[in-house]
Design a protein around this ligand. Structure first.
Ligand code: ASP
Length: 424
C-alpha cells in the first residue's frame, strides 16, 4: 500500500489534473491512497471569503462567485459532457457555503473558518476522482472526515490517534484492497461530526496520518520542485538537490521553516519507519529525495529564510534578572496570543524572540507585556537558519546585513538581521 499526496499547485488547472491522472496510471500493481489539497490558491480565497462573511463585508458573494467560477472553468475543460453528474455534485457541495453565509455569523470564527475552508478540499477531490473515473473504473472517493478524528480545536484540530487508527483499519483498509482511493488532505471531524482543519498546509500531515495508520509501504509527496533542496530557489540562484535525507534532518528543516514538508508530517511516519519520497510532478520519472532513518547527516549546508519577522526584546522594568519566574510569565503571554517563536535568546537582563510579523498579535503582546516589562522591537527583519553551518556560510548570508541576534547550537545557526542601509 502506497500513499501519494498532491498539493494545490499540482491541481491548479485542468492540465494539472490530467498530469496527476497520468502519474496514477503509471502506478502499477500496489494498493494506492491519494491525498489531495484544495486546487491552486483556493484555500487563500476561501479564507478571504470567511473573513468577508464574519466582518459583514459586501463582497462576500463576489468572492464566492470567483471560487465557483474557478472550479466550473476547470470542470468545463475536463468534461466535454456537461451532463456529467460531477457538475451537480459540485453545485450541491457549494450550496453548503450558500446556507452558511445566508445566516448571520453567530458561531465562533474558527468554527466558521473550518466549515467554509474545508470545502476547497471536498470539491477538488470530487473533481479529481470524477476525472480519474472516466479513465479507470476502480476509483473511490472517500470522505476523510469519516476517518480522521480530532478534538474540537478548530483550525488546528488535534488528532485522536486511537480512534483514527481504529476507523482507518476497519473502514478504509478493506476498500483499498480493490480500489484506488481519493481523499482529502487537511480536514477531519470532531466527535459531533463537525468539520475541523489541521492547520494551513496540513495535507502532508494527513498523508502521514493515513500512512501511519495503514502501515504504508511508502509515502510520496508530489511537488513542483525536484525534491528537497538545500535552499529555496526564491532566495538562492544556485541550489542543490538532496537525494537522501534522514528523518531527523527533515524534521529540523521543516521545523525551522523549510516549506517543502509540513513539520508535523515526519514524526508519525518515522515512528513506523515508512520511507517518504519528495518528487516532482513535473518530472515524475526523476527519483527526487528519499527520507529514511539514514544515519548520515545532510551532505551540504542548508539555508532557510524567513522574511517579515518581528524581533522583540523584553527587559524587566524593575531591573531584575530574567529568571524562570518572569520567563514563565512571558511564555504564557506568547501562548495566550498564539505567537509562535522562531528564535529566542536570553541574557541576564533581557529576553529576545523573533516571530512572523502580525500587526495585531504584536500590538496585543505589547499591551500585555508592557505592564511589567520594557520592550524594544524591530519589524521588517529577516531570519536565516543554517543547518550544518560554518563561518563561510554565515559570511555568505550576512553580506550587507547588520546582525541583530545570533543563536548557535552544534549543528544549527540562526541569525536575525536587517539590511545595512535600513539600520544605519
Ligand atoms: N489547502 C490547505 C492549505 O492550502 C492544505 C494544504 O494544501 O496542505 O493550507
Amino acid at each position: 500500500m502506497k500513499i501519494y499526496k498532491f498539493g494545490g499547485a499540482s491541481v491548479k488547472d485542468a492540465d494539472g489534473v490530467r498530469n496527476i491522472s497520468s502519474i496514477i496510471q503509471n502506478h502499477k500493481g500496489n494498493e494506492l491512497l491519494i491525498v489531495i489539497s484544495a486546487m491552486g490558491k483556493i484555500t487563500n480565497k476561501l479564507e478571504e471569503l470567511t473573513s468577508a462573511y464574519i466582518n459583514g463585508q459586501e463582497d462576500v458573494h463576489q468572492i464566492f462567485e470567483e471560487v465557483k467560477l474557478y472550479h466550473f472553468n476547470l470542470l468545463n475543460q475536463l468534461f466535454s459532457n456537461h451532463d456529467h453528474p460531477i457538475f451537480n455534485d459540485i453545485i450541491n457541495t457549494f450550496v453548503e457555503i450558500d446556507w452558511l453565509i445566508e445566516e448571520e455569523p453567530e458561531d465562533a470564527p474558527d468554527y466558521i473558518y473550518d466549515q467554509i475552508v474545508s470545502i476547497g478540499e471536498i470539491v477538488s477531490t470530487k473533481i479529481v476522482a470524477a476525472y480519474l473515473s472516466t479513465l479507470q473504473n476502480n476509483i473511490k472517493w472517500v470522505d476523510a472526515r469519516n476517518f480522521i478524528h480530532t478534538d474540537n480545536t478548530y483550525r488546528e484540530g488535534l488528532v485522536n490517534w486511537e480512534k483514527t487508527e481504529a476507523e482507518i483499519q476497519k473502514g478504509l483498509a478493506p476498500v483499498l484492497k480493490n480500489n484506488i482511493v481519493v481523499t482529502q488532505g487537511f480536514i477531519g471531524s470532531t466527535s459531533e461530526n463537525f468539520t475541523t482543519t489541521l492547520g494551513r498546509e496540513g495535507s502532508d500531515y494527513s498523508a502521514a496520518i493515513f500512512s501511519a495508520c495503514l502501515n504504508a509501504e511508502s509515502v510520496t509527496i508530489w511537488k513542483d520542485v525536484p525534491g528537497v533542496l538545500n535552499a529555496d530557489p526564491k532566495w538562492f540562484d544556485v541550489t542543490e538537490m538532496i537525494p537522501q535525507l534522514s528523518y531527523h534532518d527533515a524534521i529540523e528543516l521543516a521545523y525551522y521553516g523549510a516549506t517543502v514538508i509540513h513539520p508535523k508530517t515526519i514524526k508519525p511516519i518515522q515512528n513506523k519507519n515508512i520511507p517518504l519520497y519528495v518528487r516532482s510532478f513535473l518530472n515524475p520519472d526523476a527519483p527526487g529525495t528519499e527520507i529514511t532513518d539514514l544515519k548520515n547527516h545532510l551532505p551540504v549546508p542548508s539555508f532557510i529564510f524567513k522574511v517579515n519577522q518581528a524581533l522583540l526584546s523584553i527587559f524587566p522594568k524593575d531591573f531584575s534578572f530574567i529568571i524562570e519566574e518572569n520567563l514563565s510569565d512571558i511564555f504564557s503571554l506568547f501562548h495566550k496570543h498564539k505567537v509562535k517563536i522562531n528564535t529566542m535568546l536570553n541574557s541576564a537582563i533581557s529576553f529576545s524572540i523573533s516571530f512572523d510579523y502580525d500587526a495585531k498579535k504584536l500590538d496585543q503582546l505589547m499591551t500585555d507585556l508592557s505592564k511589567d516589562y520594557k520592550i524594544k522591537y524591530n519589524t521588517g527583519v529577516e531570519l536565516v537558519t543554517i543547518r550544518y553551518y560554518n563561518q563561510e556560510t554565515i559570511d555568505r548570508v550576512t553580506v550587507n546585513k547588520n546582525i541583530l541576534l545570533e543563536v548557535k547550537s552544534r549543528n544549527t545557526c540562526q541569525i536575525v538581521m536587517k539590511d545595512k542601509k535600513e539600520t544605519e
